[in-house]
Design a protein around this ligand. Structure first.
Ligand code: SAH
Ligand code: DHB
Ligand code: MG
Length: 220
């Protein structure tokens, strides 16, 4: 199978099970118009995040890496009335585009974007006792994944889910020599020796190529 075929099947899945969505579609258009890289989660992946958040009844969600807010819209739509999502973003420009997309989607009331390096904002969230978060989605600079995972765990409760994107990256997790691959391996090493979670990772193919995500349940 080629990546072209993976994309065609992703388009089929999106056509059958997701369909056109004015707010999600216009968010991707706005991202492209603003020159943001098209590295959002795919529609089927976004819907998976949404389903996971709904299936655990998440009321508080933490995201690391907002870009234009595409994954954020999927996650925020899973929240019940009164639910909150806090998302952390390094780039002011990305945060501005995301804020506009979230406003367009009618979600501004439940989403807070904090601008700055996540390794600065995460300790502040902890100091404010902003947690616990029922679900964390980690999708920023991959070299810091192990650190983000540790903070997500600090900000969790038993029963929380921690999901990390891009942990396979064309298989580079095995022998890749760049900082992203090293970050992926550091994440696996952290999870492997962390008794407070039960975890797996799933490889994926689709419109975003060959990649995967890790998913960890915080134990009771
Ligand atoms: N979750 C988004 C995609 C995020 S792309 C979606 O699926 O729609 C990764 C984002 O992480 C980018 O916007 C990038 O600017 C941001 N990022 C990179 N380094 C960061 C850091 N140190 N702290 C916070 N965000 C960071
Ligand atoms: C990149 C980042 C992502 O979050 C992603 O899903 C795909 C690619 C990147 O930085 O290249
Ligand atoms: Mg990603």
């Amino acid at each position: 199978m080629s990546s072209q075929a993976w994309s065609a099947v992703d388009a089929y899945i999106a056509d059958r099970l997701i369909g056109a969505d004015a707010h999600l579609d216009s968010a991707l258009s706005a991202n492209a118009a603003a020159g943001l890289p098209a590295i959002d989660v795919s529609p089927p992946q976004g819907k998976l995040l949404h389903l996971l958040a709904r299936s655990i009844g998440a009321k508080r969600i933490l995201e690391v890496g907002v870009l234009g807010g595409y994954s954020t819209i999927w996650l925020a739509r899973a929240l019940p009335d009164g639910g909150r999502l806090v998302t952390l973003e390094l780039e002011q420009k990305h945060a501005d585009v995301a804020a506009a997309n979230l406003a367009d989607a009618g979600l501004s009331d439940r989403v807070e974007i904090r601008v700055g390096p996540a390794l600065d904002t995460l300790p502040k969230l902890a100091a404010e006792a902003a947690g616990p978060f029922d679900l964390a989605f980690i999708d920023a600079d991959k070299s810091n994944n192990a650190n983000y995972f540790a903070w997500a765990l600090t900000l969790s409760r038993p029963g929380s889910l921690i999901i990390v994107d891009n942990v396979v990256r064309d298989g580079s997790v095995l022998a890749g020599t760049d900082a992203n691959a090293a970050g992926a391996r550091a994440l696996f090493d952290t999870i492997a020796t962390e008794p407070r979670v039960t975890a797996t990772a799933i490889q994926t193919v689709g419109s975003k190529g060959w990649d995967g995500f890790a998913i960890a349940l915080v134990n009771g």
